[in-house]
Ligand binder design. Sequence first.
Ligand SMILES: Cc1cc2nc3c(=O)[nH]c(=O)nc-3n(C[C@H](O)[C@H](O)[C@H](O)COP(=O)(O)O)c2cc1C
Length: 225
Amino acid sequence: MSKKSNDSKSRMDFQALRKEYQTDGIDDERLLDNPIEQFRVWFDAAVAASPGEWFEPNAMTLATADSSGAVTARIVLLKGLGEGSIRFFTNYESTKGQQLSNNPAAAVVFNWPHQGRQVRMEGSVTRTSHHISETYFHSRPRGAQLGAAVSRQSSVIQSRQQLQEARDRLDRELGDQPVPLPANWGGYQLVPTKVEFWQGRLDRLHDRLIYLAGDDGWQRFRISP
Ligand SMILES: Cc1cc2nc3c(=O)[nH]c(=O)nc-3n(C[C@H](O)[C@H](O)[C@H](O)COP(=O)(O)O)c2cc1C
């Protein structure tokens, strides 16, 4: 980064970056008993109100931790909802894959700024079935399949050219054949035990409703902003 752009960055007036949230809020009575079902309602609304094609309502920040407790976060795409789980796809040998092998606890966060909404989930992660991984992998464009097949995600590479050549070589070798699902690639499902719905309100008196999984099903609480 040039010195000039560094300087202009440092003059940013962060105090002036202030937004007032003026939404209607969460009506407790109308919330569904199951948080995944409630999530589905909010997700559909986030998609319907999407501000444009550039916006990805299914983008979520995924936090994982290694066994020493060091945390890593990155964005992944939500690619399915199960009965009590949410699903995403990735490389099993990536940093997140290695962390999840050692420590299956994870958290995800969705930010839907066009609605002043946030959803957080915490729980435990397991791999999806081979069938689910394979079906999803082959539903992707062929270019994305080739890319996933040659990428050893999160490991050091010599150059971008090396990656491009590996992709082109595999494409040539396969010809008309389908790209096989890589052994190190597939889905994960997060089964949440805690889900929070946040709606921004006036004067920072936001609405926060949490669902906690208990022996008798889900319990719901309103918590302080
Ligand atoms: C909008 C967006 C969507 C992404 N979706 C995915 C995804 O679905 N799966 C994935 O493995 N990486 C996805 N990535 C890349 C990840 O953020 C990350 O760089 C990658 O998974 C490696 O993370 P790790 O080294 O912590 O394992 C996405 C990035 C962005 C910005």
